[in-house]
Design a protein around this ligand. Structure first.
Ligand SMILES: Nc1ncnc2c1ncn2[C@@H]1O[C@H](COP(=O)(O)OP(=O)(O)OP(=O)(O)O)[C@@H](O)[C@H]1O
Ligand SMILES: O=P(O)(O)OC[C@H]1O[C@H](OP(=O)(O)OP(=O)(O)O)[C@H](O)[C@@H]1O
Length: 217
């Protein structure tokens, strides 16, 4: 049996769409209620529904052979899994944002609020800029409004949360999308895992890895 870890929440619907297009009967997801583990009718696949960072954990430890999770999570939680495909769903970006009078060229040591300290630290280090990172668990946009920090590093999708809280985008950091990850032993030892990946690749198309991706992972 192959186990596939899916991220609960935002990217769930689009993931199910891809799996359905790939020929899986995913109707159980329509009325899943509070269940978190599902087995396909033929007993060949098991799907588990977990929080995003836990997808990486289950795949890394070989409990799940395959996982679907956002690139944002993979950057913050690097581990021993292989990233195989860009699924082109859950597309958004990391950006720096702040209040309109923020001056990025100001020489003072800035404070940056974020849920993504690894991303924020790497971004400012690459600019040779020494900043203080303040970790925030959510509603990050209010930190510069309330004067906790000078700016934020956060996910931007539609831009609505920034606009509705009076923030503006200062600089793009990188594109984010959901990725298919795999446990390396599963890939080596189980032909069905490669067959599954091939099937998904037919649906989402071959992904060109951009220069940015190649150097930043
Ligand atoms: N507007 C967005 N905000 C956050 N993540 C987004 C957005 N748009 C797409 N995504 C992608 O969707 C994935 C899942 O997001 P979701 O909000 O369900 O989980 P999460 O970020 O772990 O949030 P939470 O902590 O609220 O459960 C993210 O990891 C990211 O790759
Ligand atoms: O550009 P937008 O389409 O407005 O989306 C971006 C917002 O969505 C996410 O927050 P989420 O809803 O996950 O809540 P959080 O603040 O608790 O992380 C993210 O952290 C931004 O706040």
């Amino acid at each position: 049996m192959i186990t596939i870890a899916l991220t609960k929440g935002r990217i769930e619907k689009d993931t199910v769409k891809i799996l359905t297009q790939a020929g899986f009967d995913m109707r159980f997801m329509a009325d899943k209620q509070r269940r978190l583990i599902f087995t396909s009718p033929d007993g060949a696949f098991r799907f588990i529904l977990v929080k995003a960072p836990d997808v990486a954990t289950y795949v890394e430890h070989g409990i799940a052979d395959i996982g679907v999770v956002g690139k944002d999570v993979l950057i913050e939680h690097p581990g021993a899994y292989l990233e195989m495909l860009d699924l082109n769903i859950g597309v958004c970006k990391f950006a720096v944002a702040s209040v309109p009078d923020y001056n990025p060229l100001d020489h003072k040591r800035k404070k940056i609020a974020t849920k993504y300290p690894t991303v924020a630290t790497a971004f400012f280090q690459a600019k040779n800029e020494d900043v203080e990172i303040i970790s925030i668990q959510g509603s990050v946009e209010i930190a510069p409004v309330l004067g906790l920090t000078d700016a934020i590093v956060d996910i931007v999708e539609t831009g609505n949360t920034l606009r509705e809280n009076g923030l503006v985008e200062i600089e793009d950091i990188r594109r984010i999308s959901a990725r298919l990850i795999v446990n390396s032993a599963s890939l080596k030892n189980n032909d069905k895992v490669m067959a599954f990946i091939d099937k998904i690749e037919e649906i989402v198309g071959k992904t060109e890895v951009s220069f940015d991706e190649a150097i930043n992972g």
